[in-house]
Design a binder for this molecule. Structure first.
Ligand code: GMT
Length: 376
């Protein structure tokens, strides 16, 4: 099949999933066309099966807001015609499903029928899309998609609760190439980060308020009072500065390393002992899955789709949002001795195998076939 993928090209989970999906589909023989404003960050190989088409938005002084949706829908029309695309797959409802719908209509005027699959990722439903200023357009775009998928059962339930959706929503979980996370690095260079007796705790996110970075610091604060430890924070975002200030206030700045955005999360996870994800909301928690696939147990909140990914007592522990003391106690339970830690590491890896690329990507292929056949 020839598939157009529309996504955000940034470090956010939806962009990562869309990119990994495109790469996996290309490996399975499909022709993939990424259509977005920048080459996706995790897309390092373009090949005869993977194309990238940049959406440029010319600036004009009259516009206070540059019309990205317009440029995207025009680019979609051009690329669908030029490459004879079979199906469009848009990740994140805002504004991609809306732009995709417009492209469909423009193509229909020319006698070209193209189905659109929309994947809901979380914040497009639970945070941004739910805003009254966006809600009518998001509802319309979902209801006018040919097939709709959501990344967890929890997100499907949220969508049905928050929007007047008439379409069937197919749950297709996020996925991971478990092999590529099996720590291929013989030397993890752990000693660059910590002393041999120190435990390494890691958090990876876009450092937005929804990730509750202050909780991450507070949990770590309690851990390091009981055992030697380092905290690695990977990502860039508005909560970084307040988090740095908190580490200063608590007198632990020398034990916390801020990395900024990284394309080498797998290398960082390779030498990590524990992953923290105490989010306020999380439709799936791809970062937790990446940790588990690397054999790193997860201490997380029990919000949204996290209980579908992190299994309490197996791959880590779940607690209510904000239950910092309980999260710290659970972390200490896992880290206390090497035998317990090794057991959790092994179970995390095993649990991540449920979401392997080879299991999940064929489900998307079926959705594309259904969309083309008009059978969603
Ligand atoms: O977590 C974010 O703020 C980024 C956001 C995105 O759209 O990139 O992540 C959402 O989609 C990811 C991929 O499906 C999920 O793993 C995240 O749980 C979800 N984030 C939230 O629901 C807050």
């Amino acid at each position: 099949m020839k598939i157009a993928i529309v996504c955000y090209p940034t470090f956010g989970g939806s962009g990562v999933v869309a990119t990994e999906l495109g790469v996996a589909l290309a490996e399975r023989g499909h022709e993939i066309h990424f259509i977005t404003y920048k080459q996706p960050v995790r897309l390092d190989l373009l090949s005869h099966k993977i194309f990238f088409h940049e959406v440029s938005v010319p600036t004009y002084p009259l516009f206070k807001y540059q019309p990205y949706e317009l440029a995207l829908s025009s680019k979609l029309v051009d690329m669908v015609k030029l490459y004879k695309i079979d199906v469009m797959h848009v990740h994140y409802a805002i504004p991609h499903a809306y732009a995709g719908y417009m492209a469909k209509q423009m193509l229909a005027e020319e006698g070209i029928t193209i189905p659109m699959v929309t994947t809901l990722h979380g914040t497009d439903i639970t945070l941004v899309g739910n805003h009254p200023f966006y809600k009518p357009a998001v509802t319309f775009s979902i209801n006018n998609s040919d097939c709709v998928t959501s990344v967890s059962r929890s997100l499907k339930d949220d969508t049905l609760r928050l929007f007047d959706v008439k379409k069937n929503i197919n749950v297709i979980p996020n996925f991971i190439d478990t092999k590529s996370f099996q720590n291929p690095y013989t030397d993890c260079q752990r000693d660059l980060m910590a002393l041999p007796n120190e435990r390494i705790i890691t958090h990876v996110s876009n450092l937005r308020p929804v990730k509750r970075i202050q909780d991450v610091i507070q949990i770590f604060y309690q851990i390091q009072r009981e055992m030697p430890a380092k905290l690695l924070i990977v990502g860039q975002g508005p909560e970084k500065e307040p988090a740095e200030q908190l580490t200063d206030q608590l007198g632990i700045a020398d034990k916390v390393i801020f990395f900024g955005n990284s394309n080498e999360v797998d290398k960082i996870l390779c030498f990590s002992d524990l992953f923290l994800l105490p989010s306020e909301k999380e439709s799936f928690g791809l970062a937790a899955l990446e940790a588990m696939a690397s054999g790193v147990p997860v201490i997380s909140s029990n919000t949204g789709g996290l209980p579908e990914v992190n299994i309490d007592g197996e791959s880590g522990y779940l607690s209510n949002v904000g239950a910092v003391d309980e999260m710290a106690q659970n972390a200490l339970k896992i880290l206390r001795d090497d035998t317990t830690l090794a057991q959790f590491k092994a179970k995390s890896r095993k649990s991540a195998a449920r979401f392997d690329t080879h299991t999940v990507v064929p489900i998307y292929e079926k959705i594309y076939r259904d969309a083309i056949a008009g059978e969603c």
